[in-house]
Design a binder for this molecule. Structure first.
Ligand SMILES: C[S@@+](CC[C@H](N)C(=O)[O-])C[C@H]1O[C@@H](n2cnc3c(N)ncnc32)[C@H](O)[C@@H]1O
Length: 274
């Protein structure tokens, strides 16, 4: 399993539950290679994965809509954007900066340009930036982003990425966020709590990655306590909800009895303070 494949997988999950994720464009990325992987993940890790990822997308979909509606535009900056399609659901006064590794960015840019020309996607103002969070310096990230941000305020998303990074790189990213954002700007972040490490479902996830790992694409499996977000320099925690509680709002019929039986990710909205 290579990291870019995980971006195809979560996009396909969203396409399976459009009514929950609200991502009506995710299906454009569907392909037979990814679809062939999904049954074995659902079987060996958890059957709820597709719905949970769609709930996560729904949370950010709603948060972005209300932020940019209230501010009448601005810039969405998506760190580790993968095949996210939020910008096409937002008003066209919102600009987007998509950041990911070079191969994903080049592929995404070419497909988005093609689909926009073909009329499959509405026209949006999108800029693309290739970065490797592990390799690129704080200064490189800050300088390239400062040049690209032309419309304020900003909403940064870091979704489905922290699991793959270590703490040092995570700290570096939050220092970058602090440098490029202004008061009242938002960061939306997703991570697992350390408690999940004791659950069977998380062990099955790690086992899946271990047994399907590609030696050229090693990654971490980071978990982060709530206290990390509460104590972040330059930010105050505005909202925290997990997928278990999102499910009670958007998919009560799922009736998930025990949060320890799902890969329960936590969503955080952080506001830049003075
Ligand atoms: C599971 S996908 C999530 C994609 C998207 N945020 C979403 O939620 O659909 C993880 C993404 O993080 C990106 N990523 C992982 N490590 C990275 C790194 N060191 N530098 C830049 N991007 C990275 C991957 O390329 C991939 O697109």
């Amino acid at each position: 399993m290579q990291i870019h494949e995980t971006a195809f997988i979560v996009s396909t999950y969203r396409s399976y539950h459009e009514n929950i994720s609200k991502d009506i464009y995710a299906k454009l990325w569907n392909n037979s290679k990814t679809e062939a992987l999904i049954p074995s993940i659902m079987e060996s890790v958890s059957k709820k994965e597709a719905i949970l990822h769609s709930l996560r997308n729904r949370f950010f979909h709603e948060s972005l809509q209300s932020f940019f509606d209230n501010n009448k535009g601005g810039t969405l900056i998506n760190f580790g954007a993968g095949f996210s399609m939020y910008q096409f659901m937002l008003n066209d006064n919102v600009s987007t900066i998509e950041i990911d590794k070079k191969d994903i960015i080049e592929y995404k840019k070419s497909k988005i340009n093609l689909w926009t020309k073909e009329g499959k996607l509405p026209k949006r103002n999108i800029q693309y930036l290739s970065l490797d969070f592990n390799l690129d310096s704080e200064e490189t990230m800050i300088n390239s982003l400062k040049k690209l941000i032309t419309s304020q305020p900003t909403f940064i998303i870091l979704e489905g990425v922290l699991f793959f990074l270590n703490q040092k790189i995570t700290n570096k990213l939050f220092r970058v966020f602090k440098k490029i954002q202004n008061t009242n700007d938002i960061v939306g972040s997703v991570s697992y709590l350390p408690e999940i490490e004791n659950t069977k479902v998380y062990k099955r996830l790690l086992n899946y990655f271990d047994s399907n790992n590609d030696t050229n694409d090693s990654f971490n499996h980071q978990t982060i306590p709530n206290s990390y977000y509460r104590n972040l320099d330059g930010y105050s925690l505005k909202k925290h909800i997990d997928e278990y509680n999102l499910s009670k709002i958007y998919t009560p019929e799922l009736d998930i009895k025990d949060k320890n039986q799902i890969l329960n990710e936590n969503m955080y909205l952080l506001e830049r303070t003075d």
